[in-house]
Design a protein around this ligand. Structure first.
Ligand SMILES: Nc1ncnc2c1ncn2[C@@H]1O[C@H](COP(=O)(O)OP(=O)(O)OP(=O)(O)O)[C@@H](O)[C@H]1O
Ligand SMILES: [Mg+2]
Length: 252
């Protein structure tokens, strides 16, 4: 069974179909990449999956369950986390505090238990702290943990955003242009982190990305979009050599 399945997703803005009957499936354990020229609808697909935008038509299934109409907060609870094309972190807070912020999503205790400081609350708190430490280790963020976001280089901020999403313990991680603004060396590091996230943490990744080297290095499959519609889905090599994909990038 696919981990995530999108059938005929559509949404329009001001009469223009930003996403037009897009279907795809993401299998567990893969890195599924979405490429396409600016404005193709890539981020909009992530916004539909995250339920930031309501679907106009189509259906989404996650682990076999229809999630088309669920409220936005349920998305993270079910195990879908994301990063943003332009990092959205709390500039004046430390790395550690930014990671703590996502925590409420995974609390299953109620307020009364919390006020009474029941052992279940303490256990969850400790488990979450353990998770944060695991993620800090995995992404090599130890030396930045007490630093404020505003004082950090862009490449580190991008990693903190990925770290924050990982703290939610997702099954599916959506990365919107993880390499944008990074130099080639940092981009190579991103490829290693993505491999670690998939292999060590067992998380499935969907990635929007312009850097074709990164796409070719990490992707199991690639879906190319243009003008809101799917042009082709296949291996990175198949997609790079696809005549329609080449035309979409070069223009007619
Ligand atoms: N909230 C919105 N309101 C109006 N138009 C929108 C909105 N979100 C997206 N669009 C439009 O939908 C189209 C697809 O945008 P989207 O951000 O998904 O592109 P993209 O493929 O992520 O591009 P890029 O590579 O530049 O990030 C664009 O024409 C964009 O202007
Ligand atoms: Mg985008």
């Amino acid at each position: 069974m696919a981990l995530f399945e999108a059938s005929q997703l559509s949404v329009s803005f001001g009469g223009i179909k930003a996403v037009n009957e897009v279907s795809f499936a993401i299998e567990p354990g893969e890195v599924f990449s979405i490429i396409g020229p600016n404005g193709a609808g890539k981020t909009t697909i992530f916004n539909l999956i995250s339920h930031f935008y309501p679907l106009e038509a189509g259906e989404m299934h996650f682990e076999g369950e229809d999630i088309s109409g669920i409220p936005t907060h349920r998305v993270a609870e079910l195990g879908i986390a994301r990063t943003f094309q332009n990092t959205e972190l709390f500039e004046h807070e430390t790395v550690l505090n930014n990671m703590l912020i996502g925590r409420h999503v995974h609390r299953s205790t109620n307020l009364a238990a919390e006020l009474l400081h029941l052992p279940s609350v303490r256990a969850q708190e400790l488990a979450f702290r353990d998770r944060i430490e695991q993620v800090i280790d995995l992404l090599d963020l130890q030396r930045y943990r007490e630093q404020r976001i505003g004082s950090l280089p862009y490449g580190v901020r991008k990693m903190v955003e990925i770290a924050r999403a990982l703290c939610l313990d997702p099954k599916l991680l959506l990365l919107d242009e993880p390499s944008s603004g990074l130099n080639p060396e940092e981009t190579e590091d991103v490829a290693f982190w993505i491999e670690d996230i998939v292999e060590d943490l067992g998380i499935t990744v969907a990635m929007v990305e312009h850097d074709m080297n990164l796409v070719a290095t990490v992707s199991s499959r690639v879906m190319a979009l243009a003008d809101g519609a799917v042009l082709a889905t296949g291996s990175a090599a198949e997609i790079q050599n696809h005549p329609e994909v080449q035309r979409a990038y070069l223009g007619d």
